[in-house]
Design a protein around this ligand. Structure first.
Ligand SMILES: Cc1cc2nc3c(=O)[nH]c(=O)nc-3n(C[C@H](O)[C@H](O)[C@H](O)COP(=O)(O)OP(=O)(O)OC[C@H]3O[C@@H](n4cnc5c(N)ncnc54)[C@H](O)[C@@H]3O)c2cc1C
Length: 480
């Protein structure tokens, strides 16, 4: 029977079915990306595996996005497209229906349901893995990955433990975000400034406030605003961002995904944008919807992105990124309606402002906002929540594991510094641009190279390819 150890102290590798060399895979990150990597690997392996999954939070499946218990936090992709298995977009829908849920393809479900699905898929993959496999779930932070003298990899974990592996998958999620501005010590100590709204109980203090400032106006703002407004019906919410753009709504019907050609030969972002606008005009004339155009382009984006020079990519980030994101990362229709009702009632005010600084006041925080006609203006609130999302420059925001790889020359930032540079199939590239280590990247850290890399629709395909690559390499080495 497959051996499963849910502890950071797995028994030593001895015994009757001693795992052979070249079977050891370590996955860093137990969110959706790490979990889907493990599932695809267990499905693809034809020989026993010694698989370790390491997660700093000690949860294996939901990760940040699908760990929220709030039923108002909905998936932003219809159920019929959220299947976690490559080539089977309806896998999630079928799983739900097999459990008696009355769900339609176009429904937007609570994200916690998807967390349950991931946990169940991991459990099923473990249960059906080769009986001689050993799977260990480590509740630990991996802070260093290095080449082991004499071959292989060594992964150093918190509490002084370490793991040896023949292959590693980095599925560590997006770069950690931070405070939107410097937070005075007194404000920090009061717990009224929240840098990460997804931390357990992060919003407890804010729920007591009558006015809350939310910095950032994307999808996380939508979730936080709905949670807070529901918890405290008289609360006033102020949401600000540089542009004041709010994500657009999904339709209740599924979009029709028909690919269209996007030129990649001239390599300018203006040309790509023109192709989009032309297509939207044609689709609209034919009675279609711009959402069809955005969604149909998604599989093409990595190739289009790679055809652009770094300077053109930077122009995209400066000129089009926010516009792209509010059309691409849309709110589920129910969420959008709730948000619109809050805005109509004047309980949520969204504006294009910038947070300049914070100061502690009795019983709250004074936030100074730039960008109004009258210069910096004070806003007194009970709490400030940062919904600014992930950091965007790995050269300044890399967590220890990734920073160590870069410092040691085993990895390098992509051309824009949004994540790590990777080769075909997600192979980690070293300082010289070679795939010198048996390490692959799945998820957000591929963003600089592929751009469309962070949703389940992309992660499941990345996980599938990486699993196949690892299995193929094992075979090759076994023959050697
Ligand atoms: C709020 C939100 C909602 C979203 N909704 C959707 C949606 O509806 N549909 C969709 O397709 N996509 C959605 N996404 C996109 C989402 O990013 C992906 O679907 C997916 O959840 C990303 O998972 P991940 O494993 O890459 O990252 P994470 O969920 O962040 O998981 C990374 C894990 O790695 C662990 N980790 C990191 N570093 C280390 C280390 N050094 N050692 C040990 N462990 C480590 C962390 O503890 C964490 O558990 C959403 C994203 C967010 C933030």
């Amino acid at each position: 029977m497959t051996q499963l150890f849910v502890d950071h102290k797995a028994p030593p590798r001895t015994g009757a079915r001693l795992p052979a060399a070249n079977r050891r895979v370590a996955i860093v990150g137990g969110g959706a990306a790490g979990t889907l990597s493990a599932i695809h690997l267990l499905r693809a392996a034809s020989e026993p595996l010694d698989l370790a999954i390491v997660d700093a939070g000690g949860r294996f499946g939901p990760g940040v996005a699908y760990g929220t218990p709030d039923p108002l936090h909905l998936l932003n992709v219809p159920a019929g497209r959220m299947g976690g298995i490559a080539g089977r977009p309806d896998h999630f829908l079928r799983w739900l229906r097999a459990r008696g849920h009355d769900v339609e393809e176009a429904d937007f479900l609570p994200r916690r349901r998807y967390g349950e699905y991931l946990e169940a898929q991991l459990a099923a993959a473990i249960a059906t893995a080769d009986p001689a496999s050993r799977i260990t779930l480590h509740h630990a932070e991996a802070h260093r990955l290095a080449e082991k003298h004499g071959g292989g990899l060594i992964l150093e974990l918190s509490a002084g433990d370490s793991l040896e592996a023949d292959h590693a998958v980095l599925a560590v999620g997006p770069l950690p975000g931070g405070d939107p501005v410097e937070v005075p010590a007194e404000v920090r100590a009061s717990g009224r400034c929240v840098a990460d709204p997804w931390r357990p109980r992060a919003l407890d203090r804010a729920r007591e406030a009558s006015d809350v400032l939310i910095v950032g106006t994307g999808l996380t703002m939508v979730d936080v605003a709905l949670s807070l407004a529901t918890a405290r019906p008289r609360m006033n919410l102020h949401a600000i961002s540089r542009h004041g753009f709010v994500p657009r709504s999904h339709r209740r019907e599924l979009t029709a995904i028909e690919p269209f050609p996007i030129p990649t030969d001239e390599g300018t972002i203006d040309q790509v944008a023109a192709a989009f606008f032309d297509r939207i005009a044609v689709v609209s004339q034919e009675g279609g919807d711009w959402r069809d155009v955005v969604d149909s382009a998604r599989p093409l984006i990595p190739a289009v992105w790679q055809s652009l020079e770094p300077a053109e990519k930077r122009r995209f980030l400066a000129r089009f990124q926010r516009l792209w994101e509010i059309h691409r990362f849309r709110v589920a229709p129910d969420g959008a309606e709730r948000l619109a009702a809050l805005r109509r009632a004047g309980r949520l005010r969204v504006s294009a402002r910038r947070l300049a600084r914070l100061e502690a006041i009795r019983g709250g925080v004074r936030a100074w906002l730039d960008g109004g006609d009258a210069g910096p203006e004070p806003l007194e609130v009970g709490a400030v929540i940062s919904c600014c999302g992930a950091a965007t420059d790995i050269r300044h925001a890399a967590p220890p594991l990734v920073a160590g790889l870069i410092d040691d020359g085993l990895a390098r930032p992509d051309a824009l510094g949004l994540g790590l540079d990777i080769g075909p199939g997600g192979a980690l590239l070293d300082r010289a641009g070679r795939a010198s280590l048996p390490v692959h990247v799945v998820g957000a850290l591929r963003r600089g190279v592929e751009w469309e890399a962070i949703s389940v629709t992309e992660i499941r395909d990345q996980a599938d390819l990486v699993a196949r690559e690892i299995v193929a390499r094992r075979g090759a080495k076994a023959l050697a």
